[in-house]
Design a protein around this ligand. Sequence first.
Ligand SMILES: Cc1cc2nc3c(=O)[nH]c(=O)nc-3n(C[C@H](O)[C@H](O)[C@H](O)COP(=O)(O)OP(=O)(O)OC[C@H]3O[C@@H](n4cnc5c(N)ncnc54)[C@H](O)[C@@H]3O)c2cc1C
Length: 325
Amino acid sequence: MSVLIFVETNEGKVKPSSLEAVAYGAKVADMLGSSATALVLGELAQEELESIGGYGAKKVMHAADSRLNQINLLAYAEALAQAVEASGAKVLVMAKSSLGDPVAARVAGRFKAAFAGNVIELPTKEGEHLKVKRSVYTGKAFAYTILKGEKQIIAIKKNILAIEKTDAKATVEAFTPTLDDALFSRVKTVKVEKASDEISLPEADIVVSGGRGLKGPENWGMIEELAKVLGAATGCSKPVSDMGWRPHHEHVGQTGVKVSPNLYIAVGISGAIQHLAGVNSSKNIVVINKDPEAPFFKAADYGIVGDAFEVVPKLTEALKKRLGK
Ligand SMILES: Cc1cc2nc3c(=O)[nH]c(=O)nc-3n(C[C@H](O)[C@H](O)[C@H](O)COP(=O)(O)OP(=O)(O)OC[C@H]3O[C@@H](n4cnc5c(N)ncnc54)[C@H](O)[C@@H]3O)c2cc1C
């Protein structure tokens, strides 16, 4: 059962979540005694394409069609479906994302394939099929799903796999899907503008988040400074954004942004279930709270009981020294 991995790019680079999908797909291919091929849509430098081999893909199919440089759901789904056919892949792997999910759904519909999203572990084999563990109900439960289809599609959550990069280079092969112009005319992206230079919260590897314990917006400087030292994005609890201390796009939780960074630092946040629902797939959670009974400590990997106004500046200074900043 050969494995195809759908790779997303951004500003000339493969997205980290897609590199994880490549590593995951390569491990699945090993398990199946097969090999992994990655699919890249749109123009990308040869060096970047070859480097995908360092994550386990032997081959990269590259559709260097400039019309694919900007995301177009219909065209992407069509190109991916044609790549599935051309490669004869039985298993398709991709990162769970705002692009991956709808593309996967379309391709699954096309092939009447079995699709599982939110997958958080490598699969096991159940006869001819794969069995996956999925995070469901905003991380409060797990579902074990057997993919009963001739083609099986897996969309993985971020940060579920330790990635080891090697110097291996993938063989790059040109791939020319037949894409009707009509696919590009129905919805056309005219321009993409970055809202700011801030690190994108859903994609961030480290998030420093603050809650009502910070007392007011005038105290956010220390959160921003800690985030700057760590190269992190900033987040907040819902009441903080409701009160206008921080913008709404920073609100993390069940009704806000869901994050799954390697490191989530929660400062002065109680840890209500609605907040936890948005952060519980973080790999490491550090909680700073002056109340030792704060519920967040139950979900924490590391906890500091103390006043944020004392702890955070000291932590920032220590990190500055340690990281040479
Ligand atoms: C339908 C629904 C959806 C919701 N969705 C979300 C959501 O998506 N995201 C979300 O965050 N919330 C959400 N909420 C709100 C949620 O229930 C909590 O009210 C909210 O998360 C609490 O925010 P907080 O922890 O910042 O504030 P608080 O509950 O007021 O907690 C503040 C914490 O700061 C600590 N503290 C105080 N002073 C200091 C100090 N000097 N140093 C260190 N620690 C200090 C306190 O001990 C306390 O634990 C939702 C609620 C509902 C009903």
